[in-house]
Design a protein around this ligand. Structure first.
Ligand SMILES: [Zn+2]
Length: 396
């Protein structure tokens, strides 16, 4: 089996011809110590941390950084001058509940992200093919823009669909362009495939941006091979990519150190589920040290069948779904082949669900699939409707 293209990218970018675990970890320690030295010099948030560690294992002795801390004082984490900042992303990250955060990138940070995207996308799309991009286009150096850049550099053709189109507009675009590949959110992709019905042109899909519920993944994999990716703003938008083995996501370990910890913050061994904690040693503008992502993940303990050196994350979901685990609801409800989309909200008596379907299904089937009582309205999905959630899904 061909090795992951991520290894190849790291080898070239870092000038390490034969990438091994030892060489990668030596690079990580060097980069971590360089970050600690910069942090100390900055006189900002991390200035009291030790200036140098003797081993990567000592990282776990450093304190955590949380989303709240960054939301309160984003400027305390910016290690470059404002003039070097090419892009700022602000706003809540998950639904409406996350705190508003600002994350800064330099042009070099975004260039590395394009490189990572090229490594990940090249496992799927071939030169000359079309790639439908159902991710937000929010200007230069935004997510959609960086993905389109990566697609173009791979000599494939980006179709900049974005996330604001109606079901009908998306269907027209699919029929007019007939793209072989897709990059976007998993649940809206399944809805689109169902809305379009026979003749849906996609052959492969890269899903990211939100958790991919197990039941939705199973439905998608009946249609075409699926390449899950994981990233977050704090790690520079791109973080981990699928390799030819399709078993977990290889982490961009030249730029990101990752740990899994339990609720008390104690480190967990590979194979165990816990919270993903990242140290972004490769970021120039806003590197974070032991940032608690609020995402639930685990490392796959065995080496990958592809022979890659970088470690792999298993599927990533949200750590604390609150009273309602919408991923679980998605898994149950999207087993119904007629379901295109649904919106879920709390009501005075419990929950209210609005379902959009292709036809031939009523509230009773939806209630049975969900397994709890809820106020349910069902309507046939109209071409002028938009997906209920343009990005991350949550119960309102
Ligand atoms: Zn692999």
């Amino acid at each position: 089996m061909k090795k992951t293209n991520l290894d190849q990218w790291i080898s070239e970018l870092e000038g390490i011809p034969e990438l091994t675990r030892e060489k990668l970890e030596a690079l990580q320690l060097r980069r971590l110590n360089a970050l600690l030295a910069r942090a100390r010099e900055s006189k900002l948030h991390y200035e009291t941390l030790p200036e140098k560690l003797d081993s990567l294992a000592q990282l776990r002795e450093l304190p955590f950084t949380t989303a709240d801390m960054i939301a309160r004082q984003p400027g305390r984490y910016l290690l470059t001058s404002q003039s070097e900042v090419a892009r700022v992303i602000s706003g809540a990250t998950s639904g409406t509940t996350g705190p508003a955060k600002r994350v800064f990138y330099t042009e070099r940070d975004t260039e590395h992200t394009v490189g990572l995207f090229m490594a990940g996308i090249s496992e799927m799309a071939r030169p000359g093919e079309k790639v439908y991009i159902g991710m937000p286009f929010s200007g230069p150096f935004g997510l959609g823009d960086l993905i389109a850049k990566a697609v173009e550099r791979l000599r494939a053709v980006p179709i900049r669909a974005g996330i604001g189109l109606t079901w009908g507009q998306q269907k027209e675009l699919m029929e007019a362009e007939r793209p072989e590949n897709f990059i976007g959110f998993p649940v809206p992709l399944l809805g689109l495939a169902r809305f379009c019905g026979d003749g849906f042109p996609l052959r492969r899909a890269l899903v990211s941006g939100d958790a991919c519920p197990a039941g939705v993944m199973a439905e998608l994999e009946r249609l075409f091979p699926v390449y899950p990716h994981y990233g977050s703003r704090e790690m520079g938008l791109g973080g981990a990519v699928t390799c030819p083995a399709h078993e977990g996501m290889h982490l961009r370990e030249n730029h990101v150190l990752a740990e899994i910890v339990d609720e008390r913050g104690a480190p967990l061994p590979d194979g165990q589920w816990g919270e993903l904690v990242i140290t972004t040693i490769g970021l120039e503008a806003m590197p974070l040290i032991r940032y608690r992502t609020g995402d639930r993940a685990r490392f796959l303990a065995e080496p990958c069948p592809c022979g890659g050196v970088t470690r792999r994350l298993d599927r990533v979901s949200r750590l604390d779904p609150g009273a309602v685990d919408m991923e679980e609801w998605d898994s149950r409800l999207f087993r119904l082949p007629q379901l295109v989309d649904y919106h879920a909200a709390r009501s005075e008596t419990g929950f209210r669900i609005r379902a959009a379907v292709t036809g031939e299904i009523g509230a009773r089937e939806i209630r049975n699939a969900l397994g709890i009582d809820a106020e349910i309205t069902v309507s046939v999905c109209h071409k002028d409707d938009k997906p209920f959630y343009p990005a991350k899904r949550y119960v309102q």
